[in-house]
Design a protein around this ligand. Sequence first.
Ligand SMILES: NC(=O)c1ccc[n+]([C@@H]2O[C@H](COP(=O)([O-])OP(=O)(O)OC[C@H]3O[C@@H](n4cnc5c(N)ncnc54)[C@H](O)[C@@H]3O)[C@@H](O)[C@H]2O)c1
Length: 483
Amino acid sequence: MSTSQVPAVAPVSSSSSHPSTIAPPDHHLTRRDATRSPRPVDLIVVAHPVPVPRRPVPLTPLHLQIRTTDKSGNVINTVGFQRFGFDCEVSLDLLRSLYLRPHYVITAASNQDTEQEETEHAKFTGNYAAYQSKSIFHPDSHSISYTTLSRFPPVKLLPPSERKRILVTGGAGFVGSHLVDRLMLLGHEVTVLDNFFTGSKTTVSHWIGHPNFEMVRHDVVEPFMIECDQIYHLACPASPPHYQFNAVKTIKTSFMGTLNMLGLAKRTKARFLITSTSEVYGDPEVHPQHEDYWGHVNPIGPRACYDEGKRVAETLTYGFHRQDGVDVRVARIFNTYVNPFDGRVVSNFIVQALRGEDMTVYGDGKQTRSFQYIHDLIDGLIALMNSDETRPVNIGNGDEFTIGQFAELVRDIVEKVQREDGVPAPRRVDIVYKPMPTDDPQKRRPDTTRAKTVLDWEPRWTVRMGLEEMVRYYKAKMIEGSL
Ligand SMILES: NC(=O)c1ccc[n+]([C@@H]2O[C@H](COP(=O)([O-])OP(=O)(O)OC[C@H]3O[C@@H](n4cnc5c(N)ncnc54)[C@H](O)[C@@H]3O)[C@@H](O)[C@H]2O)c1
């Protein structure tokens, strides 16, 4: 079976990578799957768009090839940690089998050779093939069939005293779905509440049907009642094109959504963690930013719906804490790299470089950013939730790059991955400079002393390692035809 049989799709316009492009979120894709199929079912035949020829991308057992080392050069085999009296370590390979694979992994052999299908499938899922649903492309009829899961990935068996009922709002989004994977593997009972504005059911579809898992379509601006022990409140669009798409709704989600979830925490005595953001520091006059800095935010600019929304959400959180004794945790998350279609700098660079397009830097490229990898963020969120720290805590990677340097790093890594996969780029893409969008901060770097001191947390993933995995993940999206 060859990769030339992978379904071809019409290329997506490069304009989608412009940070100020505002497109309806329905046209954006989430972490694992671009399809809007509500869930895997036995056999669905879908009409396929008119095929547009594209260069074949080789299928290789991506996640099995990657040797990931941490900042000290040690190989990373697990994520999570054993701390504060609990064990929250899970196998990296098992996690990767959930996200680092194309969704459409198999092209059906003309003779319906199921053994060959199984082999193709196992390339991406390693030892965990039995726990995966399959999506099989049939080139003869231009259709796709899906299988349902018959088994779930193995989760820890916790005694009832340790098993928590955890509500994750925004659990179908990028950060949320990674958090859900981790909490499920750790053996907790997880309820995802999401309105699927920017998230998609497919990001957590591999858990649907599991006795520890529930999914609720609900908008957090409306009250919601459930019994729970912990609430991770993530629901809020996070990338500028998404939150600027409907600024009023964004601030409503930040305020009303947080109010509702804090009310729920008060009633159930659940511990409440909100994912705030480094944007609360605005365009900072202090560098790096520590938690006691009050910020420098434009309250009327195009980003204000998000920045001020998160600030007021923090105010509400501490209001409930002081007035009603709600047990709160506030994570100020710095840039985390992300979905192919989120419109932020990392995804723009990777997508452009993989497509062989010139990479666009907005401004002179001297503005700095620091990027953390998703596994470090999830480690930080779980550590914070289970710590005693009620003050805000920065969670981010302090390795600072200028955007110009970052563009070069992405270009090098994309070229390396393409070489390793035996399809070197026909030409070196150029880096082009365009005017800076409004209110884009010049400098952003976390001071993570508090996280290190109180959570014993530090980022383990180097920017290079995280980027390399992201590039492979985006390539997987290309293989399946969704990018
Ligand atoms: N990714 C980052 O770099 C970053 C940085 C700072 C803070 N954060 C915060 O982390 C959280 C998750 O970010 P993400 O990158 O996963 O974004 P995302 O857009 O992928 O996920 C947000 C999720 O919230 C859901 N949602 C939005 N509005 C909702 C509503 N009214 N009711 C119910 N669900 C709703 C969306 O459908 C989506 O599933 C957000 O609170 C964001 O502000 C993220």
